[in-house]
Ligand binder design. Sequence first.
Ligand code: XBP
Ligand code: MG
Length: 256
Amino acid sequence: MSKDLPKAVVFDVDGTLVDSERDGHRVAFNLAFKEFGLPFYWDDEQYSYWLGISGGQSRLRAYFRHQASSGSTQINYEKLIVALHTKKTEIFQDLISQNLIKPRFGVMRLINELENNEIELAIATTGSRTWVEALLAQEFKAINFKVIITGQDVEKTKPDPQVYEQIKKSFGFSNDKIIVIEDSAIGIQASKGAQLATIAVANLYTIKENLNEADLVVDGFGDDQNKVNIIYDPLHITPNYIDLSCMQKLLESKNN
Ligand code: XBP
Ligand code: MG
């Protein structure tokens, strides 16, 4: 095996493996608000703002605090958050089972290439294990993600590097053998905090963020017919799309 091939590739889930925020989690949060009779609704723009808080429960807590401080609600939000988030998770699982949460374009091609080359796969997400496992079982059922660390397995969620520190500990590989794929500034802060090479695959929400802490920023996974747009490429990788040779080139440039 070439010395600059990764031994493991770690995927973030929301926004990276699947495009799940605007038409998935956002919808589920809004339906949960409705079921609880709460006068709240997150439109696309508002949700984009609240996404800056990772983790559904923390996001709700921050939003409720904001509503309380602006005087628009007197709700004792702490009592509601767990129940509301449980309902939201149930609704999101329904969306998964209706096949509404799909892998991003080019992800399956990349995962198959990595598996064919015996590169280990892992998941590092802030999302809750309940729905993450349901999603993996449904949309990625033949894929062996050897390590799965969720928001429920860490004390501090992204941008804290804890989730990536746990991944490193589970594999026991040196930092220069692991590549992370993330979509957001808080995700990149977490992977970089754990000193891991990171490719950012921006989506419609995160393209507005500054992702330049990553080692390469593109706007999708692409494939041989669909070139990605390169947003930031300080190591001059100039990929046409994200594949193993692009990862190898990235590690070569970083490690030599
Ligand atoms: C994204 C998140 C999650 C989801 C909602 O996680 O911050 O909170 O928005 O899922 P990542 P939960 O990009 O790290 O995969 O409601 O289960 O938290
Ligand atoms: Mg993400």
